[in-house]
Design a protein around this ligand. Structure first.
Ligand code: GDP
Ligand code: MG
Length: 197
């Protein structure tokens, strides 16, 4: 069995959107309606068996979401393979800073390697929805991000989100790895075209 690598995932978004709840739901299978505010940064790990031979270790870095986290920005983001930007579908202002986060993330991390997911959490509160699915989906696409709907409360879409991140990560790695391979194939072909002697 392979030893497994560590994948850093950062989870960002406004306060009270459900960042900590999603992290706890995924890593510990726990949920609380009276989840206390996170102070500064917290960190949880989970080992996921991807198939019979592969497992991955995921480290989720959770923030307080307030201005405080800005001071940590570059170090906080460093080496993240994925950023999850959480919004609350019942609170449209939770989408206001999404663009700023995308800009900040892509200025610190290589956009070719980074996976960005924009999550609409609290989808159990469909009747109070303020952010349309179509808007969130189109916006996510326009910034090269992937859109997901979750409910940490009802445990909907949470495992799927993290499973999908693993699939996206593998796809990205293949693309990044295949580029030099394509370059080298190109070079070989060019060399072949050269007239001999
Ligand atoms: N209805 C509903 N409430 C949620 C959900 N996720 C989190 N909450 C609640 O929203 C509040 C803020 O959650 P929390 O995880 O602390 O948000 P954070 O500040 O972004 O970390 C808490 O009262 C949670 O119980 C969800 O999926 N559905
Ligand atoms: Mg929190």
């Amino acid at each position: 069995m392979s030893k497994g690598t560590m994948n850093k995932i950062v989870i960002i978004g406004e306060g009270r959107v459900g960042k900590t709840s999603l992290t706890l739901r995924y890593c510990k299978g726990e949920y609380s309606d009276t989840q206390e505010s996170t102070i500064n940064v917290s960190y949880l790990e989970k080992t996921v068996q991807v198939n019979e031979t592969d497992k991955v270790n995921i480290a989720i870095w959770d923030t307080a979401g307030q201005e405080k986290y800005k001071a940590l920005a570059p170090m906080f983001y460093q080496e993240a393979v994925c950023a999850i930007i959480v919004t609350d579908i019942t609170f449209k202002e939770s989408f206001d800073k999404v663009k700023m986060w995308v800009t900040e993330l892509t200025s610190v991390l290589d956009p070719n390697k980074l996976i960005i997911c924009i999550v609409g959490n609290k989808c159990d509160l469909e009747n109070n929805r303020q952010i349309s699915k179509q808007f969130a989906q189109e916006y996510s696409q326009s910034v090269g991000a992937h859109h997901f709907l979750t409910s940490a409360k009802n445990n909907r879409g949470v495992d799927e989100l993290f499973q999908y991140i693993e699939i996206l990560k593998r796809q990205k790695q293949k693309k990044v790895c295949s580029k030099p391979l394509i370059d080298s194939i190109d070079r070989k072909q060019q060399n072949r075209k050269k007239p001999c002697c």
